[in-house]
Design a binder for this molecule. Structure first.
Ligand code: DAH
Length: 346
């Protein structure tokens, strides 16, 4: 009998079960009423008295070991099924280190820009990405059929040919938020409006059909071109550093008069000429101007009482200059090797 007991003990010790069914088979084979262990107990009554002590101890040991093995396997299997269902088995277990990622450079630069303007009293305003023709063009002094509309290749949501009444489109610039603000608030108005804009352009290293802009608008009594220049000079030096040199060039936008573009001296080559500045020594960073009195009128603001300044910049462009990135597409590809460069930036 001792050899039988030892054989069963060896079987039990090497047994493993991966499922409830296998474990149940184990229970039936060894522990159930007709199983191997109870039948050994059954035969115990025939054991000779002088052998009873030794065999009795081995039998009891066998039974405990079998029961313990059964309990252990049962708890292992149920833990496995819980883990499979995605439930927590042990909330106190330390976790593995997780990659927490980084903020996207566009978010980083957007925050920096807004923060610089917040310091001089600009509030943040936002507007919808889908707008009507009025908010994107007409209220901003783009006459019907005027070539100025071609400056911005537009994605139409409604059909511009059949739905000529009130075309709906994806905004081509955040200047739409100017209109919304002027229509809904009384001066003084001092806002920066960040957001996504859309243009029907072929994607390349320098252009994309989706990008981001920050628009600025300040309307009050006696706002002058000097205010415009000082505001933007302040921005350029805060953002790019005290040693930044700027220049204003006359330009044209339908909604400002006079209009200008602001350049900064190219930091990459220090006026020597390089790929970034297209060998001119200067890089354009934004468009700006004094709000055209006609725009004030169209948006319900008394142009005799108030004047305003406005500016608009592309966030990608500013980010490219700040971080010396020469391909716009990197911002949209979500390549982790690129995004990791901004780890820790806020
Ligand atoms: N909306 C212009 C664009 O998308 C940028 C711009 C230029 C905005 C001059 C302005 C401005 O407010 O005054 O190209």
């Amino acid at each position: 009998m001792i050899t039988e007991i030892e054989k069963i003990l060896a079987e039990i010790n090497t047994f493993t079960a991966g499922s409830d069914d296998e474990l149940e088979a184990f229970r039936i084979k060894y522990l159930s009423r007709k199983g191997k262990i109870p039948s050994l107990f059954e035969r115990f009554k025939d054991v000779l008295p002088q052998d009873r002590k030794v065999i009795g101890q081995s039998l009891n040991n066998l039974k405990t070991q079998a029961q313990e093995k059964y309990n252990l396997l049962k708890s292992e299997i149920s833990e496995k099924t819980i883990a499979k269902k995605g439930e927590y088995t042990d909330l106190t277990k330390p976790t593995g280190f997780q990659d927490i990622g980084a903020r996207h450079p566009i978010s980083v630069v957007r925050r920096m820009i807004l923060e610089i303007f917040a310091r001089i009293g600009y509030n943040v305003a936002e507007g919808p990405e889908i707008v009507d023709d009025w908010h994107n063009f007409s209220a901003l002094n783009f006459p019907e059929d005027h070539p100025a509309r071609d400056m911005q290749d537009t994605f139409f949501v409604s059909n511009p040919l059949t739905d000529t009444d009130k075309p709906i489109l994806l905004r081509t610039h955040t200047s739409t938020v100017q209109v919304k603000m002027m229509e809904s608030a009384k001066p003084p108005i001092r806002i920066v409006a960040p957001g996504r804009v859309f243009r029907n352009e072929a994607i390349s290293a320098r252009a994309h059909c989706i990008f981001h802009q920050v628009e600025g608008l300040y309307i009050d009594h006696n706002v002058s071109f000097a205010d415009l220049k000082q505001t933007l000079y302040y921005f350029a030096t805060e953002f790019f550093g005290d040693d930044t040199q700027v220049r204003f060039r006359p330009s044209y936008f339908p909604f400002t008069e006079p209009s200008a573009e602001m350049d900064i001296l190219c930091k990459m080559c220090n006026e020597e000429g390089c790929r970034i500045c297209k060998y001119s020594g200067w890089v354009e960073i934004l468009g700006c101007g004094m709000v055209d009195p006609n725009v004030l009128k169209l948006c319900g603001i008394d142009s005799k009482e108030y004047t305003g300044l406005a500016f608009g910049m592309g966030i990608e462009r500013i980010a490219m200059l700040k971080y010396q990135i020469d391909d716009l597409r990197l911002f949209f590809e979500n390549d982790l090797r690129f995004l990791k460069l901004f780890e820790g930036a806020v």
